[in-house]
Write a protein that binds this ligand. Structure first.
Ligand code: PMP
Length: 427
């Protein structure tokens, strides 16, 4: 049993010594002390079904024994920077990761986070093209350092950064967007941005395949292929931010961009790649990667032996336990059940997403699509009381983000939907 400090004690230390910007998900915050696969346990030993941990990093399941073993073994043997000597862990993982990517995406740069990966990807695009302008999609989240915060396109996540060379395209949002599901119409805005906002040549385009923080928004079909060809014509590179949608989460494919039939020039990843260990990566082609030989470039801990040993173990677990297939089967089932719930309640405006990356948008008026923010908070709190943890997102904070570890089962899906159903029925 847990004998550490209580939730109240932790909260008061947090108030005194930690960032005042930190937030908690619940009105009565949870003190989580243990994790096992799709479950989390609080200080009283109460079990919660974790339907949000997938985004916070975990893809194989909390404390997956194979990943833990790889981390412990490597920690006992050696943990060091990668820049000084040879070590097999980084090379083995780079090879395994490159083998998961299509085309000539063969060169891996490791980082410690998704922000760092996107910063590096944008710098590479600028170096390779000699241009500065980058296009990102409105409602995107790409990180919180200066460049990536510039590329992030939601006021709630932006401070007063210099918007150096980033143009934000109309979001191809099938639910709220002006062109509905017509991806090609939205893509014309990217052409306009290039024609009217730049010299005609640009460094690149960056986008998620499914916007995560933005509220699980699947880009309208046809958008990415049209935009990729526009960007290529303008001499730019296409960057796929797979921090959330990658690593088997969408079920039908290993990478989110594959759902759109495109092949990017640069792919960035983090979160699920390390099953909870800080790790990120940028993968590109040998020709593009060569730009970084013009100067010295290194990252002290990017790709360190412990993190890359974890990364390799994650890839093996995904394969061994057929987690991509599971994401497809369980995700499809869960989406069907959530869609049935949408037909039952006026409060649910939209159910969307792929595999185990699903969103449920709550509105108080189906026609006006008025965000039901308070109801979202209430239901989330009540679901926690019933032992189910879901996330929240979207610009208006009215979308449930359901992104569990990929070991989630149909029984878990039933429990989640039954709990949601029970609570909505009582509103
Ligand atoms: N890209 C996407 C799509 C993300 O969701 C996030 C984090 N929410 C990031 C980049 C930044 O990753 P990190 O927090 O590891 O810096």
């Amino acid at each position: 049993p847990y004998t550490g400090p209580s939730a109240d004690e932790i909260l008061s230390k947090r108030k005194e010594y930690l960032s005042p910007a930190m937030f908690t998900l619940y009105s009565k915050p949870l003190n989580i002390v243990d994790g096992r696969m799709q479950y989390l346990f609080d200080d009283k030993g109460r079990r919660y079904l974790d339907a949000f941990g997938g985004i916070a990093t975990v893809c194989c399941g909390h404390c997956h024994p194979d990943v833990v073993e790889a981390i412990v073994n490597q920690t006992k043997r050696l943990q060091h920077s990668t820049i000084l000597y040879l070590n097999h862990a980084i090379a083995d993982f780079a090879e395994a990761l490159a083998n998961k990517l299509p085309g000539n995406l063969k060169v891996v740069f490791f980082t410690n986070s998704g922000t760092e990966a996107n910063e590096l990807a944008m710098m590479i695009a600028r170096l390779y093209t000699g241009c500065h302008d980058i296009i990102s999609v409105r409602n995107a989240y790409h990180g919180n350092a200066s460049g990536t915060m510039g590329a992030t396109a939601q006021s709630i996540w932006k401070f007063n950064v210099i918007q150096s060379g980033v143009h934000h395209a109309v979001n191809p949002d099938p639910y709220r967007g002006v062109f509905g599901s017509d991806g090609e119409k939205y893509a014309r805005d990217v052409e306009d941005l290039i024609q009217f906002g730049t010299s005609g040549n640009i460094a690149g385009f960056v986008s998620e395949a499914i916007q995560g923080v933005g509220g699980i928004i699947e880009l309208a079909p046809g958008y990415l292929p049209a935009v990729y060809s526009t960007i290529k014509k303008a001499g730019g590179l296409c960057i796929a931010d797979e921090v959330q949608a990658g690593f088997a989460r969408t079920g039908s494919h290993f990478w989110g961009f594959e759902n759109h039939g495109v092949v990017p020039d640069i792919v960035t990843m983090a979160k699920g790649i390390g099953n909870g260990i800080p790790l990120g990566a940028v993968v590109t082609t040998p020709e593009i990667a060569a730009v970084l030989t013009r100067r010295s470039y290194f990252n002290t801990f990017g790709g360190n032996p412990v993190c890359t040993a974890a990364g390799l173990a994650v890839l093996k677990v995904i394969e061994k336990e057929k987690l991509q297939e599971n994401a497809l089967v369980v995700g499809t089932y869960l989406k069907e059940r959530l869609t049935a719930l949408k037909d039952k309640y006026e409060l649910i405006g939209d159910v969307r997403g792929r595999g185990l990356m699903l969103g449920v948008e709550l509105v108080s008026d189906q026609k006006l699509k008025t965000p039901a923010k308070l109801e979202t908070l209430h239901i989330m709190d009540q679901m926690k009381e019933m032992g189910v943890l879901v996330g929240k997102g979207g610009f208006y904070g009215n979308v449930f983000r359901i992104t569990p570890p990929l070991c989630f089962t149909k029984e878990d899906a039933d429990f989640l939907v039954d709990a949601m159903d029970h609570i909505i029925a009582r509103i």
